[in-house]
Design a protein around this ligand. Structure first.
Ligand code: COA
Length: 297
């Protein structure tokens, strides 16, 4: 699908995208590149990163790939440094690297819980921490007043509670909290905007393959009519909005991009029944209130 944004909305910007070699991260890398940005991809697997960079370059996008694990502070520092060395600045950091698997709490070891916290929450903070020096206003390659942008990829799991996702729910709740705290503190002190995106189920992603494997997909119809699978494009367009000047007054929010799915509730009473009976019930209630004032209590 064509982008509704002008092709130069990120012209001259440099973006570093963790987990940028596949899924949502790769689509964000691609769309950022198509809209004028130079892109650095960080990922753990050399082959994946190389293939992604080759695909971006084949479109004429300036791109580099740097191997690294967001769980290691030295990797985070090295990747940020290499991005700066190559492109001369850093404007946008997208924290897309994440870990996930379905498991019930009693089957999840504390180390399994910690692993996802380490990737999603601590990894997000570590990347922000290491990138600050370049993202802040007046930092290397930055003007005296313009700071950069951070985008944290989150989820909606923790808005209520989600089956088999205790580790990811906790990790993404922490990510949202990091988003708000940094928006407040780094927005004030360094003119950095910090926002998040909470995607719904997005097709053709590693997350979807793990959380809705083909073996289990028929169960998803139980979620009702709001259950629609989004496209990676949908998330990349939200990222473009938040990273570009279109979102220049947006700071500290996590934008839900899920077609309304997280609001899904089963419809317990049929609409026809409500149409037919709501006024009858109302009338009855008013009449009984006239008879007995205490019935209001
Ligand atoms: N069920 C229960 N526990 C699991 C599990 C599963 N499906 N998969 C991993 N674990 C546990 C392991 O048993 C281990 O705990 P233990 O030491 O107590 O046994 C712990 O999690 C770490 O696993 P390990 O395989 O050593 O970690 P890793 O660093 O190699 O991989 C993961 C990290 C597990 C998060 C892996 O799924 C990953 O690399 N994910 C990245 C890609 C991804 O998930 N993308 C989707 C994003 S939405």
């Amino acid at each position: 699908m064509e982008s509704p944004f002008k092709a130069d909305v990120l012209k001259g910007k440099v973006a570093l995208i963790t987990g940028g070699g596949s899924g949502i991260g790769f689509e964000i890398s691609t769309q950022f590149g198509r809209h004028g940005a130079a892109v650095a991809i960080m990922g753990r697997r050399r082959q994946v990163v190389d293939a992604a960079v080759a695909a971006l370059r084949s479109e004429g996008i300036r791109a580099i790939g740097v191997e690294g694990d967001v769980r290691k502070q030295e990797d985070a520092a090295r990747v940020v440094e290499e991005t700066f060395k190559h492109f001369g600045k850093l404007d946008i950091l997208v924290n897309g690297a994440a870990g996930n698997f379905l498991v019930s709490p009693e089957d999840l070891s504390p180390n399994g819980f910690r692993t996802v916290m380490d990737i999603d929450s601590v990894g997000t903070f570590t990347m922000c921490h290491e990138a600050l020096k370049y993202l802040k206003k007046g930092g290397p390659g930055k003007g005296p007043s313009a700071g950069g942008v951070i985008l944290n990829i989150s989820a909606t799991l923790h808005y209520t509670a989600s089956w088999y996702q205790i580790h990811v729910s906790a990790a993404k709740a922490a990510v949202d909290s990091i988003t708000r705290s940094l928006a407040l503190e780094w927005g004030t002190d360094y003119s950095i905007r910090v926002n998040g995106i909470a995607p719904g189920p997005i097709g053709d992603t590693p997350g979807m393959r793990k959380l809705a494997p083909v073996e289990m997909q028929n169960h998803y119809s139980e979620l009702g009519p709001l259950y629609k699978v989004g496209k990676r494009w949908d998330i990349a367009m939200a990222a473009l909005y938040l990273a570009s000047d279109a979102g220049k007054y947006v700071n500290g929010t996590t934008m839900v991009v899920d077609g309304g799915l997280w609001l899904s509730r089963p419809r317990r009473i049929a609409k026809e029944e409500v149409r037919k009976l709501s006024r009858v019930v109302e009338k009855k209630s008013r009449n009984s209130a006239l008879v007995s004032p205490t019935s209001k209590l």
